[in-house]
Design a protein around this ligand. Structure first.
Ligand code: G5P
Ligand code: MG
Length: 215
């Protein structure tokens, strides 16, 4: 049977999970599965589940584990014949254990980015609400200021990217991520990367993936 490669990327809000995932997916041909993206899709569908999910995501509160696993695990099972990269899932120990019962991860990337850097990045972050496309006015600006590159529609800034909300999200991230990180460390699959610039971290991640995917 073919060996599929399964990876996950963890890190606080604004740490570059989405930006790095996109590079990994493009360079290594992994399917990219983002919990934030699936949640936004569910919200846009206006289903009963979507309305519940919206109440958490709007307040930057973690969506309950049972809702999250119900959303993610069937999609992963559909992808069981592919190599994939998970962004934003698992986030809690319960989620990690549920995932473990179905799939063994080969690699978990954990991003350690200083608070000041996260604050600056998220202050500069603008989003196209229809698609979830993310821009950064310094790092990754839109072609026309304030407008989405594809649709030309206006960009908005999320309330939960403002400093008070961000501090709370970071504190929550640390508490919840610690046991998940410990679990993957004990399984020997955790690799942590620290820094203030994605472009400086990327070559190390690129080398690690190149080595891992050859074995
Ligand atoms: P999400 O959607 O997973 P967050 O809050 O964890 O959202 P976010 O905001 O998507 O994470 P990111 O993906 O880590 O951040 O980072 P990014 O978007 O790539 O980069 C952030 C910004 O910095 C961008 O503007 C980017 O261009 C810029 N940038 C990147 N690198 C650099 C650099 O080197 N320099 C500069 N200057 N800029 C850079 O989750 C959203 C919500 O969904 C729920 C929760 O409510 C959560 O709050 N949720 C879950 N709940 C429970 N369990 C789960 N598993 C859940 N998953 C999601
Ligand atoms: Mg993201």
């Amino acid at each position: 049977m073919a060996k599929f490669f399964r990876a996950a990327i963890m890190g606080p809000p604004g740490s570059g999970k989405g930006t790095i995932s996109k590079r990994i997916a493009e360079s290594f041909g992994l399917k990219y599965l983002s919990s934030g993206h699936f949640l936004r899709e569910s919200i846009a569908s206006n289903s009963e589940a979507g309305v519940e999910v919206r109440s958490y995501v709007e307040r930057s509160i973690l969506v309950p584990d049972h809702v999250m696993t119900r959303l993610m695990l069937p999609r992963l099972q559909e992808m069981s014949n592919y190599s994939w990269l998970l962004d934003g899932f698992p986030r809690t120990l319960t989620q990690a254990k549920e995932l473990n019962s179905l799939f063994q991860l080969d690699l978990v990337i954990s991003l350690n980015i200083p608070y000041e850097t996260l604050k600056d990045r998220l202050n500069d972050r603008w989003i196209h609400p229809g698609s979830g496309r993310v821009y950064n006015m310094g790092f990754n600006p839109p072609q026309v200021q304030g407008k989405d590159d594809i649709t030309g529609e206006p960009l908005i800034q999320h309330d939960d990217d403002k400093p008070e909300a961000l501090m709370a999200r970071l504190r929550q991230y640390k508490d919840v991520a610690k046991p998940v990180i410990d679990l993957y460390k004990s399984q020997g699959v955790l690799h942590s990367f620290s820094g203030t610039e994605t472009d400086r971290i990327w070559p190390y991640i690129n080398s690690l993936l190149t080595a891992k995917m050859q074995t």
